[in-house]
Design a protein around this ligand. Structure first.
Ligand SMILES: Nc1ncnc2c1ncn2[C@@H]1O[C@H](COP(=O)(O)OP(=O)(O)OP(=O)(O)O)[C@@H](O)[C@H]1O
Ligand SMILES: [Mg+2]
Length: 326
């Protein structure tokens, strides 16, 4: 049984331009101890997907649906109050996008990391302090950091504080939303090493969100590629990197620059669609070099292309492949 099962998750926002379909029928599983990468361009719905899993929703939500099961228990049907008490931070926690910039400047970082314990589990302050100092040590920070203020810490250190806060209630799953994107490359590598160590030592399950498919190869066991709010391909890291079946995944991989290569990285022409009115048929068809007859008006099915790998693309539908060749 997978640890987390997500089925047909949907999140839409109201906006002046219409309904934004930010997460559209997204489904995936995560096994215990596994890292799932969610990869996609800016605006593809990565943050919306994680906020939907944490049920941290903005006021302008238009629709929020889907089934989420954690360790065999359906958590999506829990009332908000029960979800807040039993699930958020305690079972699923998150390092928010830009976490290093969202610490409160007037509160000590140790107190901020301890807050979920003080608020949610009524732990006394001494015990909470000890737990946070231990976690600081685990994530490679000196224990003395507890009494420092955010401005006294570097970006990388603040990101480590974010990771420590996410671990404070010992959750089953942690979501990391672009955990390294605002950091220098060398600091980025340090944070990646930290995450890999936590995966190894704590057997943590993680959702690793990034726009950088190359970075995801470093840590992810499985990947889900998101385009315009939909999962267009998913599979193991070997399948996605070794034998990608969706043209969007292929183009994302071809856009990765390589140090020793005679071929220039390719860029993906065009831009992702406006999610208030995504293109009909396959949402990627206006940018797809392989589009053919059905793509601009028929929605492709999610096709099994290999054991554990699926792609939402007409090229992978046998009868259509024959027609496309004609
Ligand atoms: N509260 C909101 N109200 C209306 N639209 C929103 C809201 N939050 C996000 N969106 C829109 O939803 C879509 C998905 O946004 P989201 O932030 O989830 O993407 P993302 O993949 O995380 O992007 P990035 O890589 O830039 O962080 C975008 O079109 C965005 O403009
Ligand atoms: Mg985001």
């Amino acid at each position: 049984m997978p640890m987390l099962e997500v089925r047909d998750l949907k999140l839409q926002y109201s906006s002046a331009r219409g309904v934004v379909k930010a997460v559209d029928n997204v489904s995936f599983d995560i096994e215990k101890g596994e890292v799932l990468g969610i990869v996609g361009e800016s605006g593809s719905g990565k943050t919306s997907l994680s906020l939907a899993l944490m049920r941290v929703l903005p006021k302008n939500v238009h629709a929020y649906e889907g089934q989420v099961t954690l360790d065999g228990k359906e958590i999506s049907s829990l009332p908000d109050e029960a979800f807040r008490k039993q699930v958020r931070w305690r079972q699923i926690s998150m390092v928010f996008q830009g976490a290093q910039n969202s610490l409160n400047p007037v509160l000590k970082v140790g107190f901020q990391a301890a807050e979920p314990m003080l608020v949610r589990s009524k732990t006394d302050r001494r015990e909470a302090r000890k737990r946070v100092e231990d976690l600081f040590e685990l994530v490679g920070l000196p224990r003395e950091i507890y009494d420092r203020y955010p401005h006294e810490l570097s970006g990388g250190m603040k990101q480590r504080v974010g990771v420590a806060s996410a671990l404070v209630l010992d959750p089953k799953l942690i979501i990391l939303d672009e955990p390294t994107s605002a950091l220098d490359v060398s600091i980025q590598a340090q944070i990646m090493n930290l995450l890999k160590r936590l995966k190894r030592e704590l057997g943590l399950s993680m959702i690793f969100i990034t726009h950088d498919i190359a970075l995801s190869s470093d840590i992810c066991d499985h990947l889900a590629v998101l385009y315009a709010g939909e999962v267009v391909e998913k599979g193991s890291a070997e399948q996605i990197f070794g034998n990608p079946k969706h043209p969007y995944t292929q183009l994302l991989l071809a856009s990765v620059p390589r140090l020793k290569s005679d071929t220039d990285p390719k860029y993906i022409p065009g831009a992702p669609p406006d999610l208030t009115s995504p293109p009909p048929g396959c949402r990627f068809h206006p940018r797809c070099p392989y589009r053919f007859e059905p793509c601009d008006h028929k929605v492709p099915p999610q096709v099994k292309v290999d054991e554990g790998q699926t792609a939402k693309c007409w090229l992978n539908v046998e009868s259509e492949k024959v027609k496309a060749k004609k």
